[in-house]
Design a protein around this ligand. Structure first.
Ligand code: GLN
Ligand code: ZN
Length: 763
């Protein structure tokens, strides 16, 4: 019989039990023992789900209090020395210190220890804690948690497959903290510890160890590629039975090597790399297990099981029991289950499969391959759902397709080149040199949140809600006026989230009630789902913006989220290319831009913080992505007159390698995060001679610290070394919604003072 398994399972729980337990523990409300009990119950429950779905193994090692990479930092005994741990802290307390740092006593000075840095796990919205390596880093088998979890699963009677992040991916994902250190040089010290772990697992009776090496899907430097064969030859001496797991990306030049490594099985992502299935089937020796990721672990759609079976049957014929089936990657990236989903209607639900439902799909495939008639009714139901989605009028809106097909060739071009627009905008707005502005949001106070929540549960009438939000807008506008800011914003009080706010008003989007996915630690997000052709039935922001503008003679920016960010932070259709969905969203945003312009809004900002994180994992497809992504942005922005000023904003990004494309977005003004890197980012913009106006953030909004006037002046002077004075804007790094009003006012007052002081010297 075909083996079915999963590379990993969501750890938060059906109702985010882990999140709530963690946060209670961090607030000191429940003990470590009580937290452990929640974790152990969740693991048991999730293994039970896997067994009931007919999986041949439960996967152990995918559970984490915060992050699975952090688990490995403890397991491998390489907690950074800078934390100064000693025997007085429990492993759990140390773990949370790694993840969350230690606050400084008074928030300003004192002993604080910053947490490990966090960064995106490949191209997902999950964030892992970055291992830190120094020349002194050593490794040892230092943590018992994995073995205890294996024992727990065995005690419950489950056959166990343990999962580890492989040694090369672990090193790759870390960061050198000693100048000149090459972290690959640590491999020789690391491998013996992996050897010990494998030996321990084998002694415990673990049948298979899944060794995740997702970096095999990246463009690796030669030394890293060459390190795989010797490393896995060393691991082979442990005699453990290894399944090498790759995902998220085709293996390409690493495929031959992956097939040859001395392991007993190879998992490939059949969704992201369908073109490699036939090659692997050919190259992977017949005595090895081929685990095919045939169910999409990155999206929420029901699989086309007929199509999957067509792929699987010949492989099954050829390999028999050495063909295993799994989701393409860990199910960590999809919500738990559709059961109890309250917000989706029955038809939408019938088109989807979350983690639990994906396991059932595996079972049906297994039964069908075995010729078991038990699969027939499930296959028929699946077929009907696929068909109904394909034919649905809720999905297909011919007007949207026609509009895209009929786009004029210059739809993504402004009427005039930047120089002419800049002249027209200078005349219209007559802004001072070094104009000051903010990025959009102002503090989201408890009152704002309470009003929004009350409105949502119908405890506040639409009229009262509108009045409450207008009061917030008026407050924000008055504050900005009194601070002397030049280009104002309305403050975004009415927005819960910058993507959800727009998704809720666009046709083609739907929302789950409980579709949470872990983003980092205890934080989960509930991404919107784009299920159909996108259009904008009516204006989304115009009334708020018009009201805000009525309160001031200064320009108030209209504030929108861009098409790529909306795409990137949603689950999107799998029945058409992402580029098409992006263009559809772009047209909807374009309609809003044009309506804002008609309503007299002269400056419109289209935020694209996610444009860089949308970059594909393989460089060879970057150009293609950037071409359609920048096209979509321009499509959204280019319907306006020359004297309407388009801004964009991006944060936390390294732009050096995509500057030509950022320039190709042709926004009149771009505001970016730079203060944490001391304006370093600007060198690239300067060297590239970035043509349009630019506002490098002059202070970090992630901290309550108030920057001094001198500090901001110094940063601005530094910026002036690379940016012509006529092109430089003055603004914070990002939106201010997570800050309180007192520090916000103080910081902005200093920002305006710095700009005013500098104007005198440069004028
Ligand atoms: N306009 C948004 C805000 O100010 C931008 C947020 C972001 O860049 N992530 O909140
Ligand atoms: Zn930002």
């Amino acid at each position: 019989m075909t083996v079915i398994h999963t590379l990993g399972f969501p750890r938060m729980g059906a109702n985010r039990e882990l999140k709530f337990a963690l946060e209670r523990h961090w607030r000191g409300e429940i003990s470590a023992d009580a937290l452990e009990a929640v974790g152990s119950e969740l693991r048991a429950r999730h293994w039970q789900v896997q067994r009931e779905a007919g999986l041949d193994f439960v996967t152990v090692g995918d559970f984490a209090w915060y992050d699975h990479v952090a688990n490995h930092i403890q397991l491998l005994g390489c907690e950074p020395v800078r934390f100064g741990f000693d025997d007085t802290q429990t492993p759990l307390a140390r773990y949370f210190t790694l993840a969350r740092g230690v606050a400084r006593e008074d928030g300003i000075s004192g002993e604080g220890k910053p947490a490990l840095e966090m960064t995106k796990w490949f191209d997902t919205n999950y964030h892992y804690l970055v291992p830190e390596f120094t020349a002194q880093t050593s490794f040892s088998l230092a943590d018992e948690r994995l073995f205890a979890e294996v024992a727990q699963a065995q005690a419950l009677g489950h056959p166990v497959k343990a999962v580890l992040l492989g040694p090369l991916s672990f090193l790759w994902l870390g960061k050198e903290k000693t100048a000149g250190l090459d972290r690959l040089s640590l491999l020789d010290k690391l491998l013996p510890v992996y050897g010990q772990i494998l030996a321990r697992l084998k002694a415990q009776g673990v049948q298979w160890v899944q060794m995740d090496e997702p970096i095999l899907g990246l463009d690796l430097p030669a030394q890293w590629r060459q390190a795989f064969e010797p490393a896995y030859a060393t691991l082979a001496t442990s005699k453990a039975t290894l399944l090498l797991a790759t995902y998220f990306s085709p293996l390409q030049e690493n495929l031959g090597m992956a097939c040859r490594l001395p392991v007993q099985g190879l998992h490939i992502d059949g969704i992201r790399a369908p073109g490699e299935i036939a090659t692997v089937a050919d190259w992977l020796p017949a005595h090895k297990v081929l685990s095919l990721g045939i169910i999409d672990g990155r999206n929420i759609w029901r699989s086309d099981l007929d199509a999957a079976l067509q792929t699987l049957r010949p492989l099954h014929e050829a390999r028999g029991e050495n063909l295993w089936l799994a989701p393409s990657c860990s199910l960590l990236h999809v919500p738990f289950s559709l059961a109890g989903e309250s917000r989706l209607d029955e038809e939408l639900r019938s088109w989807m499969a979350f983690a639990v439902e994906k396991l059932s799909e595996l079972r049906v495939l297994k039964q069908a391959l075995a010729g078991d008639v038990a699969a027939d009714s499930a296959l028929a139901a699946s077929r009907a759902a696929i068909q109904s989605r394909r034919d649905s009028q809720r999905v297909n809106n011919p007007a949207v397709a026609q509009r895209l097909a009929a786009l004029p060739a210059d739809a993504d071009r402004r009427r005039s080149p930047f120089a002419a627009r800049q002249a027209a905008q200078r005349k219209r707005f007559a802004l001072p040199l070094l104009p000051t502005t903010t990025i959009g949001s102002f503090p989201q106070t408890p009152e704002i949140r309470a009003a929004r929540a009350a409105f949502r549960r119908n405890a506040l009438s639409a009229a009262d809600y509108e009045a409450a939000m207008q009061k917030e807008i008026a407050h924000a506008v008055a504050k900005q006026e009194s601070l002397g800011i030049d280009v104002l914003v309305h403050g975004e009080a009415e927005r819960n989230d910058m993507v959800e706010y727009f998704g809720e008003q666009l046709a083609g989007f739907c929302f789950t009630g409980n579709g949470w996915v872990q983003s980092y630690g205890s934080r989960c997000v509930k991404p919107p789902i784009v299920f159909g052709d996108v259009s904008r039935p009516q204006p989304m922001t115009v009334a708020w913006s018009r009201y805000a503008q009525s309160l001031s003679k200064k320009p108030v920016k209209g504030m929108l989220t861009g098409p790529i960010t909306i795409l990137q932070w949603s689950f999107v259709r799998d029945d058409q290319p992402r580029a098409i969905t992006a263009k559809q969203i772009a047209l909807a945003i374009r309609d809003e831009v044009c309506d804002l312009e008609k309503a007299g809004i002269g400056i419109i900002q289209i935020d694209e913080p996610a444009i860089r994180e949308g970059l594909p994992l393989r460089r060879e497809v970057w150009r293609d992505y950037l071409a359609w992504a920048t096209f979509a942005f321009r499509l959204s922005a280019c319907g306006v007159a020359d004297d309407t000023q388009i801004h964009t904003h991006m944060c936390y990004s390294e732009f050096n390698d995509i500057l030509p494309e950022i320039a190709a977005m042709d926004a009149d003004v771009i505001t970016i995060e730079t203060s944490r890197s001391d304006m370093e980012l600007l060198h690239a913009f300067g060297a590239f001679q970035y043509p349009n106006e630019i506002g490098p953030g002059v202070y970090d909004i992630h901290s309550p610290r108030v920057p001094s006037v001198e500090e901001i002046e110094r940063l601005l002077k530094k910026a002036l070394e690379t940016i012509p004075v006529g092109n430089l804007w003055v603004n914070p790094d990002c939106g201010l919604k997570t800050r309180g009003w007192p520090e916000t006012e103080a910081a902005l007052r200093n920002m305006v003072a710095a700009a005013q002081a500098l104007r005198k010297t440069v004028a």
